[in-house]
Design a protein around this ligand. Structure first.
Ligand SMILES: [Zn+2]
Length: 253
């Protein structure tokens, strides 16, 4: 088996810098998912075969890679790179290589969701899915329009705004930084449906708290190493999600 350097070297020169970046995002995503024990257990005990049109929807390589990781078949980084490359090829068919890490993650979660969602509630739904309602109570005309429920895997936040707030307010908790940023999100009281056109704050409401809440950082500038480090200082592994959403009991402080 070729060594790690020659495998990754050949791969990068063959696919170019963009593909290498995509590969790196995929690698990071797979490794992060594999740190979640319940997902590993799901792969171990889910013997659901691919058949019929499911085969078109779910890249078999995804199952191959995750099964190989879980079973301990992968002994060297070289073997891992080869299997990862097959997955990369199948994902390229579904998504363009210009996709960011967040889109790669969504593609993987959706594939997983379809694979396991035949008879029972998908693990991905239970762990990651956020059913959210936006509520607006117009401060002028008192209208309270109903917006349809939206389903997502988390929220997307700008990395530079997180960094700026953390640099200004050193002691501010991550969840409060997110809260301040989300307050900038406002909505018009819709004139077309009888509203008055006033701009209002929006409340976000959820009724069930997902076990894993994904926060995607959007890097819009070419951040320096120092700026990336400054941004990571703001991040925390656990947050009290009831500070971001209404409809939940407050968590432990
Ligand atoms: Zn209004």
């Amino acid at each position: 088996m070729p060594g790690k350097d020659s495998v990754s070297g050949n791969l990068e020169s063959a696919l170019g810098e963009g593909a290498a970046r995509y590969n790196s995002a995929l690698d990071m995503t797979v490794k992060a998912l594999m740190n979640i024990n319940v997902l590993k257990e799901d792969i171990k005990y889910n013997k659901q075969p691919f058949h019929g049109n499911l085969e078109e929807q779910v890249p078999c390589e995804l199952q191959n890679l995750f099964s190989a990781v879980v079973s301990g078949e992968i002994k060297t980084e070289g073997v891992y790179s080869f299997i990862l490359r097959d997955l990369l090829a199948s994902l390229e068919e579904a998504k363009s290589m210009s996709s960011g890490a967040a889109e790669v993650l969504v593609t993987i979660l959706e594939s997983w969701h379809r694979w396991t969602n035949l008879e029972r509630e998908s693990l991905v739904t239970r762990l990651f899915t956020l059913e959210e309602n936006e509520r607006m109570h117009c401060r002028k005309c008192r209208r309270m329009p109903n917006y349809p429920e939206q389903s997502s895997y988390g929220i997307v936040m700008a990395a530079d705004s997180i960094r700026d707030l953390k640099c200004t307010f050193r002691n501010m908790k991550f969840v409060d930084i997110l809260k301040v940023m989300r307050m900038e999100y406002k909505m018009l009281c819709d004139i077309k449906s009888g509203g008055c056109g006033t701009t209002n704050f929006v409340h976000h409401v959820i009724s069930r708290c997902p076990s894993i809440f994904i926060i995607v950082l959007e890097w819009e500038k070419s951040e320096t190493e120092k700026e990336i480090f400054e941004t990571t200082k703001a991040l925390e592994w656990e947050i009290d999600i009831s500070r971001l959403y209404k409809g939940l009991e407050p968590g432990p402080a």
